[in-house]
Design a protein around this ligand. Structure first.
Ligand code: PEP
Ligand code: MG
Length: 753
């Protein structure tokens, strides 16, 4: 059964569009179950009917014309109950609905299973037979399993159905909207520019050729290079492989010939495609042909074709080099965006970002907020390979992407942009005012940085220092570990730019979703693996060089340097890190450099550190809560996973109680405590954090004016009442609603989204 299921899913996955996907489903299910009828009904646009979308066995001319109200018929019953209905004699059932056009009179047995995606019923999959008999358990199990797997594929096909390839695009092309998650606030109106990882055929976008002859030439050179590679590989393996296996290399060479794949790609290029797109199309077609073959030997040949395609692609990309031309108002779209992809686009041309993977708490979203770039995350249904060069709006407030927007949509979004500009201008007046509540309590607002580019924005927005400098961003932009001297220069620039304000530098925090191309970490469970301090204590040479660079960078400068340790989960890590920092300091003093020993603090990002806050604060000068990770680990919700993004809640009672515990432990030791996770930039949360007693809130530059406005509008005494109330609540949604109400009452309703 597994094999049949896998084959059907594979075929459906490679279907061109929704209708072909549904046709494949009904045909294959009929065959696999040996049943007489299989049909698919899907919820229509209005959400009020199930539309008869595909059938094998019933009247095909009724497809697309017959619809059933949600509360009618057996199909409606399956949808209503969201569970299977299995009947031996359907016409006898009180909910049986006779629709003449469909032609189901001869059929008695009926098994309908719901197609459910993200808790909503998308449609119903039905099989029918003449015989009066109940489908048996194994048949029911088969259909349920298939339907569960198909739901995602159908949802994706349905969502992408509105998008046409770039070649069909004209002014009549309807707009298509994709719901995702907000990543960084703002609206980007521009042109999609798809970036994709190298040597991955699946991600090559649909792109037109600007110069067909040039594309043909590039492709021919790539073929020559690939042939050379294959011949050399064959020679190297000649004495290690049997003759039969070596013949595979000859087969590869033949496949590249003009009368095979090579020629087909050239023909596609002549049709007007960019060489990489042409190659992907041809390879995809061949893979599809092999995949559906019954014979398992032939089926396996699909992976040979894929391998060959990847090789040619790698050679094509070598000659291509990085993209140099970017449209004005580029909206960078990618499966998974990285800091170096973002850095490739000239700053003045980058309008926004859209990422298929990740969620609001992924590091790329955090970086985008720091840069003030409107960003949408987790756009899982976006058919990115079709979007290159298409007009697009990215709505970073609501987490929405609109492809080839209509005139009305452009007008509506331009209005939002103007309103937003006026709002931000209004807040600029607050820049030099203190963050003082109406009842006279003053808070310190710091900024989280990672790039030099953040500095001007941060100072412009009135940051009172850096609460978190993510040093790893610089490590991610280059292609080897930086030397101590290179680091010293970069850190000094940062310290100088903020002097005399304090700067808190975090030691290298790689692992999880922060990879270094030159130091790959392969793990099953990266967020529970080798991350942050765990990596640097295992590599003291990296840690020592970085800490030395930080301390030396501060020589002769005004303003305080603080060092902070990420991902601490036990006190021995703190002890070891302090020992190494002490060693660095002594060495530097012995070298004759006059510097002060910086304050050292620990980030509370792991539940263990919450429970050990008392023991940790005894050892160091301050604590700073990394609420992004703390929320992830307390709630067991991957901060990067769009599927569970709704469960990632800063205002969850467990998070709030943990935060309170950290403040209480630090205050008892009479030491300062800050928070540098994204939560500090959330209006409702900021009020509660102030009430708890956090001394410093550190956030992205974009959030500073907003949080200043919030805290200048709410009395500390009132905030304390809210906190007392909230700490008694046991439900994150209730807490959010309560805080939204409080914001509205304080005249801050504009911030409730
Ligand atoms: C955090 O986890 O809250 C934090 C500030 O660190 P990062 O987001 O870089 O993991
Ligand atoms: Mg963290």
């Amino acid at each position: 059964m597994l094999d049949v299921l896998r084959r059907i899913i594979q075929e459906v996955n490679s279907a061109r569009d929704l209708q072909s996907a549904l046709n494949i489903i009904v045909e294959r299910v009929t065959e696999a179950m040996g049943t007489q009828v299989c049909s698919v009904y899907l919820l229509d646009e209005s959400g009020e009917h199930f539309l008869f979308m595909a059938t094998e066995g019933l009247n095909k001319t009724a497809v697309g014309h017959v619809s059933i109200d949600l509360d009618k018929g057996l199909v409606g019953l399956v949808g209503e109950r969201a569970e299977p209905v299995n009947l031996d004699n359907a016409p006898k059932h009180p909910r049986y609905l006779h629709i003449v056009e469909v032609g189901e009179e001869p059929y008695h047995s009926f098994l309908g299973v719901p197609i459910i995606h993200h808790r909503s019923v998308l449609g119903v999959l039905v099989v029918q037979q003449q015989e009066v008999r109940r489908y048996d358990e194994s048949e029911e199990a088969f259909l349920i399993t298939l339907s569960a797997q198909l739901a995602g594929v159908i949802a994706h096909a349905k969502a992408t159905g509105a998008i046409l390839g770039v070649h069909e695009l004209d002014e009549n092309t309807p707009s298509a909207t994709f719901d995702a998650a907000p990543g960084a606030p703002g609206i980007a109106i521009g042109t999609a520019c798809v970036c994709f990882p190298q040597a991955d055929l699946n991600t090559v976008p649909e792109r037109k050729a600007y110069d067909i002859d040039h594309e043909k030439k590039k492709f021919r050179s790539a073929l020559i290079a690939t042939r050379k590679e294959i011949r050399s590989l064959s020679r190297k393996l000649a004495d290690r492989l049997p003759k039969g296996e070596l013949a595979l290399f000859d087969a590869y060479l033949h496949m590249l010939d003009d009368n095979a794949i090579g020629g087909e790609v050239i023909r596609k290029i002549k049709e007007g495609y960019w060489s990489q797109t042409a190659l992907r199309k041809v390879i995809d077609k061949h893979i599809e042909t092999f995949t559906v073959m019954e014979d398992s030997y032939l089926k396996e040949r699909a992976s040979d074709v894929r391998d060959l395609g990847q090789r040619v692609l790698a050679n094509l990309q070598l000659s291509e080099g990085p993209r140099e031309e970017f449209p004005d108002d580029t909206i960078l779209v990618g499966e998974e965006l990285t800091p170096s992809m973002i850095a490739e686009v000239p700053k003045q041309k980058l309008a926004g970002l859209v990422s298929v993977r990740g969620s609001a708490n992924s590091h790329v979203a955090i970086l985008a907020r720091a840069m003030g770039l409107p960003t949408v995350m987790g756009a899982v249904d976006l058919p990115i390979s079709l979007l290159d060069g298409q007009p697009m709006i990215a709505d970073g407030f609501e987490g929405r992407v609109i492809c080839h927007p209509s005139k009305e949509e452009y007008a509506a979004y331009r209005k939002i942009v103007l309103e937003e500009e006026a709002f931000v201008e209004g807040l600029e007046e607050l820049k030099d005012l203190p963050t003082k509540t109406p009842d006279g309590y003053e808070m310190t607002l710091c900024v989280n940085t990672g790039l030099m580019a953040d500095v001007v924005r941060s100072l412009d927005r009135g940051a009172q220092g850096v609460g978190l400098y993510r040093t790893e961003v610089y490590f991610q932009m280059i292609d080897r570990f930086p030397t101590e001297e290179e680091q010293r220069a970069i850190y000094r620039e940062h310290l100088k730019a903020f002097a005399p304000l304090p700067v808190t530098m975090r030691t290298l925090d790689i692992g999880g979703d922060k990879a270094l191309s030159y130091f790959p970490i392969e793990e099953e469970n990266p967020f529970l693996g080798w991350r942050g301090i765990r990596v640097t204590l295992d590599h003291p040479e990296i840690f020592l060089a970085q800490v030395r660079a930080m301390i030396r960078a501060h020589e002769g400068l005004e303003g305080e340097l603080k060092i902070m340790l990420p991902m601490i989960s036990n006190v021995s890590e703190v002890d070891e890190a302090l020992r190494l920092i002490g060693q660095c300091y002594r060495e530097i003093i012995e070298e004759g450099v006059e510097v002060e020993m910086p304050d050292v603090g620990v980030m509370v990002e792991v539940p263990a550190a919450v429970y050990q806050a008392k023991a940790i604060i005894k050892r160091v000068d301050f604590l700073s809560v990394g609420s992004n990770d703390l929320t992830q680990y307390l709630l067991a919700v991957d901060r990067n996973n769009a599927q569970v993004a709704g469960l990632y809640q800063h205002l969850h009672p467990a998070v709030l109680h943990a935060l309170k515990q950290v403040v209480d432990a630090t205050k008892a030791a009479r030491k300062p405590v800050s928070i540098c996770g994204e939560m500090a930039g959330n209006p409702g949360a900021a009020i509660l954090l102030m009430a708890m007693g956090y001394d410093i809130l550190s956030m992205s530059a974009t959030s500073i004016p907003i949080i200043k406005w919030v805290l200048r509008s709410v009395n500390l005494a009132d905030a304390k009442v809210m906190l007392k109330h909230v700490l008694k609540m046991d439900n994150a949604w209730m807490i959010k609603n309560y805080m939204d109400d409080q914001l509205r009452k304080a005249g801050l309703g504009q911030l409730v989204r």
